[in-house]
Write a protein that binds this ligand. Sequence first.
Ligand code: HEM
Length: 491
Amino acid sequence: MAFMMSMTPGIPSSPSPSPSPSSPPLSQPQPPASLPVRTIPGAYGWPLLGPVSDRLDYFWFQGPETFFKKRTEKYKSTVFRTNVPPSFPLFLNVNPNVVAVLDCKSFSYMFDMELVEKKNVLVGDFMPSVKFTGDLRTCAYLDTSEPQHSKIKNFTLDILKRSSKTWVPELTANLSTFWDTIEADVSKDGSASYLIPLQKFIFKFFTKCLVGADPASSPKIAESGYAMLDRWLALQILPTVKIGVLQPLEEIFLHSFAYPSFLVSGDYNKLYQFIEEHGKEVVKRGETDFGLTKEETIHNLLFVLGFNAYGGFSVFLPSLIGTIASDTTGLQAKIVKEVRENAGSTLSFDSVKNLQLVHSVVCEALRFSPPVPLQFARARKDFQLSSHDSIFDIKEGELLCGYQQQVMRDEKVFDEPDTFKPDRFMKNKELLNYLYWSNGPQTGSPSESNKQCAAKDYVTLTAVLLVAYAFQRYDSITGTGTSITALEKAK
Ligand code: HEM
C-alpha cells in the first residue's frame, strides 16, 4: 500500500475531517537522520538563455505537467533546481530561479511559517502591479510576520463565520436559477454551455454572502460584474499561465510583458464603488472591529471576492461538474442514493455532514485537479528539507515552487494516483492529511499564523451542497467540463 504513516513529521497523523479552530499550528518538520544528504540536482543554465529555454519548454514545447515530470525523471529526484516563467526579455526584475518541491513530503515544508515566508510570492517572484488592487498589497501577498496579515485574515474569517447563516439559502436560491437556465437551454438546443451561467451564479452568490450586497441593486454590476472580474483576473495572471493559443503568438503577446492595470481600472472602480455603496455593513466591520481603513477593507474585500472566491470556484466547479457528469461507472446512482437517504429535504451544513461519498468525491476532485496549480514560498533561513528519499540544504532567500498537479499524484501516498477514485477519502480518512489544495492539509485550520485558504472548509462544504442539490433535483446529469447535454429529472 502506498500510504505512509507519519510520513511528514510536521503534519498531524490523526485524521480530523472537521478540525477545531484551536488545532495546534504545524510544527517544524525535522528531516529523519537516516536519509542521505544530497546536493540539489538541476541547474539554472546560462544567464538569459537558461530561463528562456525553460520558459519555452514550460509554455510551448512541453507544458507545465510534462515540464516538471521530465525534470523529475532526468534528475531522479522530486526536488531540483529549475526556472519558471515569466522571464526575459521584459521581466528583467523577475528572478525565475526556483527549487521545485514535487512530492507530498517536500511540499509540506511550504506550510511551515517558521521556515518560509510568503511575502509577495502568491504567483512566484513575479508580482502583478499593486495598481490592480488600489495600490495596496492585499492579504494573499502578505507574510504572516506582517501585522496587516493578521488583521485582514481575521476579518476574512469573520466574514465567513457571519455569512454562514445565509450561506445555504443563498446557495440553493442561486443554484435553482442556474439549473433552470441549463434546463431551458437543454430542452431548446439539446445542450447547454454552462460556463457563463455558472460564473454569473458564482459572482452573485459570493457578492451576497461575502460583501452582503445584492448585485441586482446596480444594473451594470448585475449584468457584467462577473465579466469585469474575468478581465481583471486575466490581466494579472496572463504572464504566468499557459492558455493554449497558437504559438508563437501566445509567447509574443501573452507571456512577454505584464499588462497595465489601466485597461481594467474603469471596471475595478465600478466594483469598488458598488461595494462602498452597497456593502456598507461589512465595510464598517472591517473598520471598527479589525482596525482597517475603509480603503484597505474594500480593496481586500474585492480581492477576496474576485481573486480568491470567484477565481477559485470558476476553476474548481467546471472540473467537479465535468468529472461527475461524464462518469460512466455508476457513480451518479450511488450519489443519488446517498443524497436522498441522508441529506433531508432541506439542505443545510448539518444535513450534508454525513454524505461520506459526496465528501470523498469532492476531495478526490480537489486532489485530481487542484484548482490552484502552483504554490511558492521563500526560505526565511537556511534549513534542511526532506523528500521521501533524500535531504537537501536550502539557503535563506531561495524560492520553493510546488506544482500541485504532480504533488497530488505522489505514488508513495496515493494508490493508483492517476486514477480518479470517488471513494478514496471515504475508505482512508488519513489521506486527508495529504490533501493540499488549500495551501495546507485538509485536516489543518486556517488562521492568522498560517497562509492556508481562509475558506478551506467552506469550499468543500459548498461543493458538497452543490452536488447534493443537483442530485436531489436530477436522477442523472450528462455532460463535460463546459456543457450539459442531458438531464433526467428526479422521479
Ligand atoms: C475553490 C475555491 C478556492 C480555492 C481553490 C482556493 C485556494 C487557495 C489557495 C491555494 C490559497 C493559498 C495561496 C498561496 O498563498 O499560495 C488560498 C488563500 C486564500 N484564500 Fe482561498 N481558495 C478558494 C476559495 C476561497 C474563498 C471562497 C475565499 C473567501 C473567503 C478564500 C479566501 C482566501 C484567502 C483570504 C486567502 C489568503 C490566506 C492568507 O493570506 O493567509 N478562498 N486559497
